[in-house]
Each structure stands twice: as structure tokens, then as C-alpha cells.
Write a protein that binds this ligand. Structure first.
Ligand code: SF4
Length: 666
């Protein structure tokens, strides 16, 4: 009897127009949970290595988490999995909203697409009715209008994930959009959907989600919700805007690790992720001027970065919103009432978008950023990747490698917001100068040549997010060693501080997983700590949980939620081993594709070579190679090949990976 999970997936063969259910054994959920753990198992078993990511043999899966729809808090992330056309390896992306429970209520833990439809279609599931429907009239429509059109046609109760122009034009930095402009943005999986002529997935189900002990799940959620409600200590720290409280915040971060999550909770509640955008330009967390700048010099807090963060953003907010089953409500709808780019309604840009379209190119005009962000949301293009590629183009222009002849007349000077917006429009159109940029920074640098790859900031082809590894080496390490390279929602020293997992696991001894500023660049013990955080992230993703939710202090009862939902009796450390198993099979996917650690290293600049000459990250060259070696060993992977070692596969119970590796070497 399945508990928490539905026990079935749906296969959609787009070439043949066939839909078929498959029952999944309990043992698979016990070993891989659901979410991208289930996705990784399915893709590893069912896909040959070497398939063209944009060809019919790639499999694209939409998966919901083990805890989604059970009443456990923070459990509303839906995930997409497939072979990434951006990196050539394992690809996944996730997003909030309420599409995840909609997947589960169709009666499936995941919907997997293979083949290629001869014409544009969308998948419609309406209760027991499931079919592919002609989407010829929707092709060319942006993702938000597509969602509106399908809800008008089928009803407001349908949940829709769709591609925009980015996915249709096979932009390798395109994602999949839901909830009026929120994107499963990373890994280029929008292009995979476009390559299959699949415009949208439109769902409304009524299946009951089986839960072992519903009362207990809800009681745990209620208790944690009450704990979340207590803000008194934080209130003493947070008085006034972000600028005024920075000193007090930093003091608390230095002295009281348990407070870190509390402060993050407060920030999310008040501003959402924009709450750290201005501060991060100043303290060295967010990269500045294509990673070569210094916040206080090039984008000062009091005159520039404050224009794109916290109160400046929420001044446009018309209402707050939360994802499914989340009491934090970090999201918001905004409007821009006047100016050159008025918007009746748009999503509050996230920290990543504000920095990628702002700090990275020194643009502090919030209306231009709102506009560019809305264009990208509609087109279904990743704002991190777009911003990183535009920043590279700005630097190439500064160095004379690109001229106005190449840029269709655009003057790509730092801080030129009009040029940033024009670049976004060109990326979406994919024509003229946009043809150079539309597939991300690695492809653009390969096409341009002239040594421009030095300033193309990515790991394994995926543009780096807006957390600087020279500020928090944990982020940089994760960018390089995570099977989805360039991923910021997996592990970092900051997450270690926020989650304070030391009290729950025996795998790191007595360490409290806390890294004050003086402890951010050492090596000793870091590999083991990062392996724990990284394994926990895979548990979180298997459950469909939001990493912010588990970073708000108070140790959310993830283990108890899982046990109450499933009827299992797992300890936290046993769950960490499940996370290690999921991580290992994702890594094995990459090994089979011939991807090694050397292929996912960041460029010298992002590794602090040479070190910055000023600012909070002055003189910092984190020991990434040593950190990576320790991390791989802590995971039980070979440090030079990245391959999970035989004894690790035995310990984790992964005979399928062992067999695949034997074929590789045979
Ligand atoms: S913390 Fe924010 S992004 Fe995460 S689930 Fe809650 S509302 Fe969604």
C-alpha cells in the first residue's frame, strides 16, 4: 500500500500519441523517495547515454515530491528532469506555485514524456480523461498568455505549465513556466519541451493522496507553524530598513548561529528574497560587474544597490502570495504604475533576477529590471542565465571584442539599462545579436572566440547564480561538484548556518555547521559538512520541499513529516543516506555521459584567480580543489573522475549503477 506517494507514473509517447500508466514498486520510493529522486531513477534506467538532449530519445519528466499534498509545510515545489541541452548532463529545475499538488492529484507521482509530436500539442488531464490536444493555435504565444488561454478554455481550476518563445525557439537557457510567470528555469529544459513540440501540460485531478497518519502530519505542521510565528527576538534586531540593521544582523550571524535562520525567516516574510539584494552587493555575496567589480566601489549601497532591493522593490508590491502549503509568503505581485515600462501586474523579481539583471551589469533602474524580468518570464527564459550572458557581452564590448557592428547598434556600457533591456528582447527573438546570446554564455563565448571564454562565468555550461564563491566558498564548491552544476539551492556554508543541522546528524560529529567569516576559507572538515548538506538537499528535493522553508530556523521536522506520511521509521541519518543515493545516481548519469570534475570547474575569475584587489572578497582565492577533493571523498566518490566508488555503490545499494559502470569499462 503506497503512502504519501501515488505509486504510479504516466508515460506519454509523443511520437505515437500514446498514454500509458506504469506502476512503481514501493521499494523504489523507499530507495529514492519521489520528486527528482524518482526522476533520476527513471531517467538513469530508461535512457541510453549519449542521446541528443533535443532529440526524441530524451525523456522529460514532471515530478512531484513525496510530501507534496500531504499537509507537510514547504512541500509545494514541482520539478522537471531531463538530459540538459545546456550542460550535456543531468538536468533538473524546480519551481513553486501549486503545480506540484496538481501533478499528484492526477493520480501520478510523475508524468514522463518521450518521443516528439509531429505537431504542437498540449497534454490535458481532466480527472480520468487524459489526452493530447492540438496546440497549433497556441504556438507563438507567450507562456503567461498560454496559461490564461488554457484556463479560459478548460476552467480556472486547471494548473498549467507551459513554454514561451524561449522553449519554442530551443533557446538553451529556456525553462518551463507556471503560475503566471514563475519558472522552472535552470538546465535549459524549456528547450527540451520545445524540441518535443509540447507546448503545455494542463492538469486538474481529484485523486486522493494516501497518507499513513494524516493527523500526525498536520499536528507537526501546526506546531512548526506556531514556532514560526514567534518573532520577538528578531523584532529586536530588525528595526528600520535593511541598511540600518546590517551591523546588528552581522553581529548576530557572528555570535548566534541559531539566530541565522530566524533572521532569514524575517527577511523572507517582510521582503521576500529582494530583502538581501542591496546588502549582498555590499557584503560580497552577489557578484558585481560580471564578477570583476566591487560593490561599495562600483555599485554603492547608499546610491545604487539600494535602488534594486528590499523597500524599493516592495514599494511596488500590491499583494503577497505563498506557494502551496507554505506559511512564509515570500512571493509578491507588483505593479509599475508609470514610466516607460508600466506593468499592471508582474511577479516581484527574485533576488537572483535583481542581481543578474542589475548588480551584474550595474543597472540600478528598477523599472528596467521589472520590465526585463517580465519579458523573460513571458518568454520562459532563465533570468540568471540571461543576465550572466548579457554581462559577458558588456565586458566583451568594453574590451573591444564586440562593437556596435556586432550588437545591432547597441552600446553595451556598464549601467546602460536600455541596452540590457534590448539584449533581453534580442535573446527572446533569437535573431541578429540575439542569435549570439540566446543559448547562454558558454555557447556565445565559443562562437565569438578571441579569448572571451575567460569572462564567460559558468560551471559546465550553466551560468553561475548570484552568490559568489569568493564570499562563501561553499556555494562555489557546490557549483563545481553538484551533478547539476551551477546550482545555488543545494549546499553552502550559509545554508549550513541557516539550517544548523549539526544537532540532527551524527555524520559530522559535534560540528555545528556554522561558519563565521573567519571560518569560511578553511578546508578541514568542510568536505564532510558539505556532503551532509548536499545529501540533505537531495532529501528535500525528493520530498518536493523548498530549501528556504528548511532554512528558517527551528529545525523543521522533516524526518517526522516523512515518517508520519509514509509509515516508515527512518532516522535523520538514514534519510541522509537516501539523499546520498539520489545524489549518486544523478552523478552516475553524468559519468555515463563522460562528464568529469574538470568539466564543471568555474572559470579562473570566479575561483578568485587572480583575487580581487578591493572589497570584502579582497585577496580571497578559496581552496576549491582541496575542498572538492574532500567533498568527493566524503561522498565516497573518486576525486579525479567524480565516479561513485564501488564500496559506496554497495553501501547505498545501487547495483544498477555498478552494472552500468561495468559496461562502460568493459
Ligand atoms: S519560502 Fe517562498 S518560495 Fe519557498 S515555498 Fe514558501 S513562498 Fe514558496
Amino acid at each position: 500500500m503506497s503512502k504519501g506517494y501515488m505509486g504510479k507514473i504516466l508515460w506519454v509517447d509523443l511520437s505515437k500519441g500514446l498514454l500509458e500508466e506504469e506502476t512503481i514498486a514501493d521499494e523504489i520510493y523507499e530507495r529514492f523517495l519521489a520528486g527528482y529522486g524518482l526522476g533520476a531513477k527513471i531517467l538513469f534506467d530508461r535512457m541510453e547515454a549519449g542521446v541528443d538532449p533535443l532529440g526524441p530519445d530524451n525523456i522529460l519528466g514532471f515530478v512531484a515530491g513525496l510530501l507534496t499534498g500531504t499537509g507537510a509545510l514547504f512541500s509545494g515545489r514541482w520539478q522537471v528532469v531531463g538530459k540538459s541541452p545546456l550542460t550535456g548532463g543531468w538536468g533538473d529545475a524546480n519551481c513553486g506555485g501549486d503545480f506540484a499538488p496538481a501533478i499528484k492529484r492526477t493520480g501520478y507521482d510523475g508524468i514522463f514524456f518521450k518521443g516528439k509530436s509531429p505537431k504542437p500539442v498540449y497534454l490535458l488531464i481532466d480527472g480520468d480523461e487524459k489526452k493530447l490536444v492540438d496546440a497549433g493555435d497556441l504556438w507563438g504565444t507567450d507562456a503567461i498568455d498560454t496559461e490564461d488561454a488554457l484556463q479560459q478554455k478548460h476552467g480556472k481550476g486547471f494548473r498549467v505549465a507551459a513554454i514561451g518563445q524561449g522553449g519554442e525557439k530551443l533557446s538553451l537557457i529556456s525553462g518551463i513556466v507556471n503560475a503566471g510567470g514563475r519558472i522552472s528555469a535552470r538546465s535549459g529544459l524549456g528547450a527540451v519541451m520545445g524540441s518535443k513540440n509540447l507546448k503545455a501540460v494542463c492538469l486538474k485531478g481529484k485523486a486522493r493522496i494516501p497518507i499513513h497518519d494524516q493527523k500526525q502530519v498536520l499536528a507537526l505542521s501546526k506546531a512548526f507553524r506556531q514556532r514560526l510565528g514567534r518573532d520577538e527576538v528578531v523584532d529586536k534586531v530588525f528595526t528600520g530598513g535593511v541598511v540600518g540593521i546590517m551591523g546588528r544582523v552581522l553581529k548576530y550571524f557572528k555570535t548566534q548561529p541559531a539566530m541565522a535562520g530566524e533572521l532569514f525567516k524575517f527577511t523572507l516574510r517582510v521582503w521576500g528574497t529582494p530583502g538581501i539584494a542591496a546588502m549582498s552587493a555590499e557584503n560580497g555575496d552577489s557578484p558585481v560587474k560580471n564578477w570583476k567589480g566591487v560593490g561599495f566601489r562600483d555599485f554603492p549601497l547608499t546610491t545604487r544597490s539600494k535602488n534594486i532591493g528590499d523597500d524599493a522593490v516592495t514599494a511596488h508590491q500590491t499583494k503577497k502570495y505563498a506557494c502551496h502549503s507554505c506559511p512564509l509568503s515570500c512571493g509578491g505581485k507588483c505593479s509599475v504604475k508609470s514610466g516607460r515600462y508600466p506593468l499592471a501586474e508582474t511577479h516581484k523579481p527574485e533576488y537572483e533576477s535583481l542581481c543578474a539583471l542589475g548588480t551584474l551589469v550595474l543597472v540600478d533602474d528598477l523599472e528596467q529590471i521589472f520590465h526585463a524580468n517580465e519579458l523573460l518570464n513571458r518568454a520562459g527564459i532563465d533570468s540568471i542565465s540571461a543576465g550572466a550572458t548579457i554581462a559577458w557581452a558588456f565586458e566583451c564590448f568594453e574590451r573591444g571584442l564586440l562593437t556596435e557592428k556586432d550588437t545591432d547598434g547597441l552600446r553595451l556600457t556598464w549601467g546602460n539599462g536600455e541596452a540590457m533591456v534590448a539584449c533581453v528582447e534580442k535573446i527572446i527573438a533569437g535573431e541578429g545579436f540575439g542569435a549570439l546570446l540566446k543559448d547562454g554564455v558558454r555557447r556565445a563565448a565559443e562562437k565569438l572566440g578571441k579569448g572571451s571564454d575567460q569572462w564567460a562565468i559558468h560551471a559546465g555550461g550553466q551560468e553561475l547564480p548570484m552568490h559568489d564563491g569568493r564570499f562563501d566558498a561553499g556555494y562555489g564548491l557546490a557549483y563545481e561538484v553538484e551533478p547539476t552544476p551551477g546550482r545555488h539551492t543545494i549546499a553552502s556554508y550559509t545554508y549550513g548556518d541557516l539550517m544548523n543541522l549539526g544537532s540532527q546528524t551524527k555524520q559530522v560529529g559535534k560540528t555545528k555547521l556554522f561558519h563565521g567569516p573567519s571560518d569560511r576559507y578553511g578546508v578541514h572538515g568542510k568536505g564532510q559538512e558539505m556532503s551532509v548538506l548536499s545529501a540533505f538537499a537531495d532529501v528535500i528535493n525528493g520530498c518536493g520541499m523548498c530549501i528556504f522553508g528548511v532554512s528558517v530556523g527551528g529545525n523543521p521536522p522533516v524526518t517526522d513529516w516523512i515518517n508520519a506520511t509514509t509509515g516508515w521509521h527512518r532516522t535523520f541519518d538514514e534519510l541522509l543516506d537516501v539523499g546520498r543515493r539520489i545524489k549518486a545516481i544523478r552523478q552516475a548519469f553524468n559519468i555515463r555521459e563522460g562528464i568529469a570534475p574538470k568539466d564543471t570547474k568555474m572559470p579562473h575569475r570566479a575561483r578568485g584567480v587572480p583575487a580581487l584587489e578591493a572589497g570584502p572578497n579582497k585577496g580571497i582565492t578559496p581552496p576549491f580543489d582541496e575542498l572538492a577533493r574532500d567533498y568527493y571523498l566524503a561522498m565516497g566518490w573518486d576525486p579525479s573522475s567524480g565516479k561513485p566508488m564501488s564500496h559506496t555503490l554497495d553501501r547505498l545499494g545501487l547495483p544498477e549503477v555498478k552494472e552500468a559502470f561495468a559496461k562502460l569499462s568493459g
